[in-house]
Design a binder for this molecule. Structure first.
Ligand code: ADP
Ligand code: MG
Length: 245
């Protein structure tokens, strides 16, 4: 589904240049839930932005669904991008629009013959009762559910999430992870999740790339456990983290 080959990207500054991505090669299979992890500044977001062509590599090849993004003109790129859903750390909702209007927004920009309805996706994320609310009236977790509903309404074949839980507390993180897990299963998408939060990757993904300073250091197969730490109650987790070695 996604093939990256020898991607290089440098950001040129006044005083220094920064090699943000250094010889990145990566394959993500169709239907996979793939993680990209690493500390802040590692290059995760830049890498994710290559996949939906918001960022162009200096060299290397980006292929999504057998299409080479680097060779497309603007119109072709927009067609390609329209099949990709995005979920952001800061939700990116329009505050002067209702939940329903925010969720419908992608449908006002393009034609989507197979799209879902606002009611479908709001029910899926558990926010039917907030249809006519404004983002300012919602909690962080509810805002992210709106963000996810907006991404799903187009029935994307690829869902890209950039730190989808990093603005949320731990209990809300669990809820959102559960919604994303359910979405991946239900809609049979390919998902790529970028985060610095290891439990999120552990709950959502089967494989992950470990990034550091613009390089992929390793690609790991994630050990599945019956009950990951993220599913344990808050106090149980607190004791595990604080009181044991
Ligand atoms: N548009 C840009 N201009 C200049 N530098 C950038 C730009 N975007 C990202 N960077 C730099 O590239 C490096 C990787 O950034 P990023 O991909 O956002 O990392 P991460 O998402 O892992 O925190 C960082 O050092 C960041 O400051
Ligand atoms: Mg980032």
């Amino acid at each position: 589904m996604i093939r990256l080959q020898n991607i290089e990207k440098t950001f040129y500054g006044k005083e220094t240049n920064l090699l943000a991505l250094n010889q990145i090669s990566l394959n993500v299979e169709k239907g996979e839930a793939f993680g990209i992890i690493g500390e802040s500044g590692a290059g995760k977001s830049t890498l994710l932005r290559m996949i939906n062509a918001l960022e162009k590599p200096d060299s290397g090849m980006v292929m999504v669904d057998n299409v080479r993004l680097t060779e497309l003109n603007r119109k072709e790129l927009r067609l390609q991008q329209k099949q990709i859903g995005m979920v952001f750390q800061q939700f990116n909702l329009l505050n002067n629009k209702t939940v329903a209007e925010n969720v419908r927004l992608p449908l006002t920009l393009h034609d989507y013959p197979n799209c879902l309805t606002v009611d479908d996706v709001l029910e899926f994320v558990g926010l039917e009762d907030k249809k006519f609310s404004y983002p300012g009236e919602l909690s962080g977790g509810q805002k992210q559910r709106v963000g996810i509903a907006r991404a799903l309404i187009t029935r994307p074949k690829l869902l890209l999430c950039d730190e989808p839980t990093s603005a949320l507390d731990q209990n809300t993180t669990e809820e959102i992870v559960e919604v994303l897990r359910k979405a991946h299963e239900e809609f049979k998408m390919t998902s790529v999740v970028v985060t610095h939060e290891l439990p999120v990757i552990k709950s959502l993904c089967k494989r992950a790339a470990l990034m550091e300073a613009g390089e992929i250091k390793d690609i790991i197969t994630i050990k599945q456990s019956d009950k990951s730490i993220i599913q344990k109650p808050y106090l149980e987790r607190a004791i595990e983290v604080l009181a044991h070695d």
